[in-house]
Design a protein around this ligand. Sequence first.
Ligand SMILES: Nc1ncnc2c1ncn2[C@@H]1O[C@H](COP(=O)(O)OP(=O)(O)OP(=O)(O)O)[C@@H](O)[C@H]1O
Ligand SMILES: O=P(O)(O)OC[C@H]1O[C@H](OP(=O)(O)OP(=O)(O)O)[C@H](O)[C@@H]1O
Ligand SMILES: O=C(O)c1cccnc1
Ligand SMILES: [Mg+2]
Length: 568
Amino acid sequence: MAGTSAPSASADASANGSHAAAEAPVGAPTNPMATALLTDQYQFSMAYAYWKAGKHADQAVFDLYFRKNPFGGEFTVFAGLEECVKFIANFRFTEDDISFLQSVMPMCEGAFFDYLREIDCSDVEVYAIPEGSVVFPKVPLIRVEGPVAVVQLLETPFVNLINYASLVTTNAARHRHVAGKSKVLLEFGLRRAQGPDGAISASKYCFMGGFDATSNVLAGNLFGIPLRGTHSHAFVSSYMSLDDIPDKSLKSKDGSRCFHLVPSSYFKFLVGFQVADSLCGVFGETNQSELAAFASYALAFPSNFLALDTYDVMRSGIPNFCAVALALHDLGYKASGIRLDSGDLAYLSIEARKVFCAIEKDFNVPGFGKMIITASNDLNEETIDALNKQGHEVDAFGIGTYLVTCYSQAALGCVFKLVEINSKPRIKLSEDVAKYVSIPCKKRCFRLYGKEGYPLVDIMIRESEPTPKAGERILCRHPFIESKRAYVVPQHVEELLQCYWPGKSNKPRAELPSLEKIRSRCMQQLEKLRPDHIRRLNPTPYKVSVSAKLYDFIHYLWLNEAPVGELQ
Ligand SMILES: Nc1ncnc2c1ncn2[C@@H]1O[C@H](COP(=O)(O)OP(=O)(O)OP(=O)(O)O)[C@@H](O)[C@H]1O
Ligand SMILES: O=P(O)(O)OC[C@H]1O[C@H](OP(=O)(O)OP(=O)(O)O)[C@H](O)[C@@H]1O
Ligand SMILES: O=C(O)c1cccnc1
Ligand SMILES: [Mg+2]
């Protein structure tokens, strides 16, 4: 390592073998706090001990994986890879970092800090499953190879960058699944997320998981995510009456006329609702301050008018909205819709739709019945599922707290385990076999597809084994349970781990796709999955297996490492 210069954000390609020069440079992590000091102290303690023992350059292989799918489901979406690659592309210690480390580790010899000054990730290789892929427990999402002291320092930031990203992407994908493809999903979580980084990550990864847009303006700027929003109750309640709007003039959409939208422009419609055939008796008096707020919003956004119910949805919000929408219609504008933010969203959306359809008919306004109904208010997978079961007329869901805080599961529980050192496979044992025994060896991982095009099973094999081939029968074994095994003749075989950081090897670096492309990958992968793996109630577990050779080796190593007890 000594003598290699640390890669910088823009010039990292030079540290990256001959292919890298032709490849796009990797930028900096989104969060400037993602630096080499963003790790647990024990990583430095271990690095020092490795260094003292002269072991720091031993070649280690670590796997990053998780043990259990989140949210009671049977799938996970892998996210956060791009940030990991950016992290290692920029990994090095500044003089300030070194001074700080010296101050908190005064017991360490000075030469250790000279060693830290020199290190970067030019000797590290990173293999990973493409971001946005559907993934399963135990299969390595990322394999990191390199000098043990350096790779150990990467453990904490890598797990940090993958854990929440994958959790919230999966949460978003689950919300998309329950809402259905045709609904618009808006992420409204900024105010409730775990700080600025939680919010920015949530916006990015909810989009990746299938949301259509965010209310988070910075996320729109950073990632190009479409921005969407309505208005708040405060906006509505800040108006007292139509007198609050000094200039009520509005040009018709074609620019030919200019109108003053005075109270009578609205009242004629409000009175009209009372006598209209299909609305007879539905509406009485409405809240005038709400009417003023809606009118003001319409004057500001005549082509994008929408209204938030604030006082009483059916008695006030809907008639006020319709009166303003019809006044706009007289001037050639088409209103957008309403947001329901309280009460029974199934009932209210159905009632609102009835009114819109009745107005379309009675007032002869084509398209009025298709007004967009957005719903919000503490929504989550369960409430959307309940709304679906009851029947509703909601077109778009605005979801905040439950989505971005991953309310029903706090963490994914990713781990980073040593599987090989100096070409010697290593295993971590545990009392709880299926959960905690790690799968040793540097492995290759494949997804085997069946006749119907669905993935059947993921299989891990030893590096030295032949690649599984389409049409060739292969024995897939449960890693720990002897009796669970099956022959598979795959129709198609997909290698999962690709090289994202080749270190000093000459391997080409896999591209880091755009957020849009990753999002498409995620949606396509979920569509390709057998529906029983993604259903909400009692989903079928997807099979994760090892080859017969790897099975034998795991069990040989297990017996070798587990001490034999003595009973007395
Ligand atoms: N039809 C429905 N089925 C199941 N859950 C619903 C339905 N409609 C709304 N919900 C959910 O029920 C909860 C209602 O919240 P809450 O009891 O606070 O009422 P609210 O309408 O917000 O009242 P308020 O406006 O007085 O604060 C929300 O989480 C909302 O998403
Ligand atoms: O999924 P959610 O967390 O509900 O996110 C969206 C909510 O955030 C806003 O209101 P806020 O909660 O700030 O105030 P309110 O509930 O008093 O309207 C908005 O009106 C939604 O209700
Ligand atoms: O634009 C909205 O309607 C919005 C944004 C954030 C939170 N709640 C609602
Ligand atoms: Mg709320």
